[in-house]
Design a protein around this ligand. Structure first.
Ligand code: AHR
Length: 322
């Protein structure tokens, strides 16, 4: 039976997390009452995508009868590591997390392994040679997302094209992979050049700030490639403030397809969006039940995603859930 759902939004309250300990479940798969407890260490609340992802996890844990202990790391790896250690102390049945950055996880995940607590990676993966540190990784193929953005530009660019890139959080899997996939595709066209590339930390304010600087330092900008909608939306504000028309004077490509991004696409201010689906909650809870029951799960579960043009956004918007 569902006992309690602990939601800690915006701040990491480790003392509160410790106080929520549910007893003797580690290694046995569930607490004494038979309820599965999940410790979830979220990245933060940096974007519309993240807000939708958090809601999906909280709603689906409730629907599945899984007791959720939730923490928000405010985009800091050290906060996530503290939260994971707290979940180990509390002897949760499963730890799930979306790593802020790719590297630096081996020590804390070895601690979870020694405590016999299975770990599930969701949304973002880690860079480690030791795949025994986690049971499965559920999330998007970020390199493929970058490729889709690059394909669209190659098909739609005419003549010499200067691109500025708004990168996601430095060291984060989606920032590394979306850059890689995009570069791979535009390499086929020598007149498409990335003339400036900087992190906007996946936030709207970061995207705006970096775009303001690009507009001052770059004499000719034809295209913005933003690693998420929020940074693209920030760039739109900067472009308008500079007296230019987003979507026309400067074309914009983003990733995510959250409602605000889709609205800007339908309005003609963004030109193309590559989808990244945040609704991972249901699949995560299904995988959790299997892992706790000792069943085999695939090492990798890839989310299915599409792309949106301006016309497609107009059709899809009324049904968009997030
Ligand atoms: O890891 C997924 C990415 O993180 C989303 O594309 C971005 O909006 C979020 O912050």
């Amino acid at each position: 039976m569902l006992k309690k759902i602990t939601t800690v939004a915006s701040v990491v309250l480790l003392s509160a997390l410790t106080a929520c300990g549910s007893g003797d479940g580690a290694g046995t798969g569930s607490s004494g009452s038979g309820t599965i407890t999940m410790g979830f260490a979220q990245v933060g609340a940096e974007s519309g995508w993240r807000t939708a992802n958090t809601k999906s996890i909280q709603d689906e844990a409730k629907a599945a009868g899984i007791e959720l202990k939730f923490s928000d790391a405010q985009q800091k790896q050290e906060n996530q590591i503290k939260a994971i250690r707290s979940y180990i102390q509390q002897k949760v049945s499963v730890i799930a997390f979306s790593p802020v950055v790719e590297t630096g996880w081996d020590t804390v995940l070895q601690e979870a392994k020694r405590a016999n607590i299975p770990v599930i990676l969701t949304d973002r993966s880690i860079d480690s040679d030791d795949t025994s540190l986690y049971k499965t990784f559920l999330g998007s193929d970020f390199v493929e997302e970058g490729r889709k953005a690059g394909d669209w530009l190659v098909a739609n660019a005419s003549g010499p094209t200067n691109v500025v890139e708004l990168q996601g959080t430095t060291g984060a899997a989606p920032a590394i992979d979306r850059k890689k996939g995009f570069e791979e595709k535009i390499a086929s066209k020598s007149d498409i050049k990335v003339v400036a590339s900087q992190t906007g930390d996946f936030t709207r304010s970061g995207g705006k700030q970096v775009m303001e600087a690009f507009l001052k330092s770059q004499p000719k900008i034809d295209v913005v490639y933003a690693h998420n909608d929020d940074m693209g939306l920030g760039a739109i504000e900067a472009i308008k403030a500079a007296g230019k028309v987003p979507g026309k004077d400067i074309k914009i490509i983003t990733v995510d397809a959250v409602k605000d991004g889709m609205q800007a696409l339908a309005n003609g201010e963004i030109n193309f969006i590559v989808e990244c689906n945040p609704l991972l909650g249901k699949q995560l809870m299904d995988l959790t039940k299997k892992v706790v029951a000792g069943e085999q799960v695939p090492e990798r579960v890839v989310t299915e995603e599409g792309t949106f043009t301006q016309e497609q956004a107009k059709t899809a918007l009324p049904q968009r859930q997030y």
